[in-house]
Design a protein around this ligand. Sequence first.
Ligand code: ATP
Ligand code: MG
Length: 381
Amino acid sequence: MIVSNVEYSDWRNMSECAVSLGEGINVLWGMNAQGKSNILEGIYYFARGRSFRGAKDRELIRFGCDFTRAKLAFRRDGYENDTTLEAVIPKTGKKHLSRNGAPLSSTSEMMGSFRAVLFCPAHLTMVTGGPLERRTFLDIAISQLSQTYLTYLRRYTKVLAERNMLLKNAASGTRVTETEWDVYARQLALYGSWIAAYRAEYVTYLSEAVARYFDGMTGGRETPDLTYTSHGLTETMPTPLSNMAEEPTAAQDALYEKLTANIDREIIVGSTLWGTHKDDIRLSLNGKEAKLYASQGQQRSIVLSIKLAEAEISKKIGGEYPAILLDDVFSELDDSRRNYILGSLDGRQIIVTSCEPDIIPSNKSGNITFRHVKDGEILEE
Ligand code: ATP
Ligand code: MG
């Protein structure tokens, strides 16, 4: 899929701004604080349903304004017409989302229609940070590929919050019946086992592709490995991303067992100690934990490889390459890595931000478009 156009009204520092984009490499360049990342934030909003910078919806509204509006037009492979997605976010009250002019009832309904892979320097925390960073990566990547996954994830999160509340209440003397504990354990085991199955399958693809890209990028003296760790993991897991037929019954039984066996301990702690909310990806380089042993350059190459792999899996499962958004990434890379990334993504749409226009290696030919961003506008040149 290809982003053809994005329009903003009172989005961050842009009062009215339209950005037309094309196939190949699109460079959004300009000085600091001009609105380059704001443009990417608007595009990615339609893939993720929220800001990639952790901002709340209302923080996207231009200072002093009452609402903001963004509209994305993108072209799916093999289609003649653009699909449009629009978000209108008021300062108070509910946001309105629509697809091709027809209202969407929720963010979940929007998810999956437009897919994008975003990489910014903060994503280094996928290697250096804690499990939450890696789970969030999985959740965003898989939610773009499966509405069912997103549904299970939402249900799991809701039931987990309720159970944690129940544990706290139990600690302060509220009587909770066996049946109540059982209902919660069953639900968490059901949704959790599906979540684990999706994640396990995803990480299998990821590990293979990351090793391949890392090898290509660095010349291959060391090999990265990604292993999914989860309480919901059993010896054999179904593969729901590619084949929905099987149910993860063994994983469900394993989780149910854990969620019923240790309630006394959980009451003392006041939170649920077993389940897919504790999952992680173990990331290693030649068998050693990447967080502790990999050099900074290697850590960056691992994250770049993960992003290239994410795009490849998105194509494998979703049938189309996603739009690739690179925020401030190229300036930190040497020419050989830039060349490798551009070579790997040859023919794909890439939207990249940079302070300098000349970040594309000079040997690179083909479709390259430059847009100069200044003060929340695109300068005509
Ligand atoms: P850099 O090269 O430093 O990354 P950038 O071009 O990516 O810069 P942006 O992050 O897009 O810059 O931000 C541009 C400007 O938008 C900043 O000066 C910021 O203060 C401003 N800004 C952020 N939120 C709002 C808002 N809600 N209303 C108005 N301006 C905002
Ligand atoms: Mg920026």
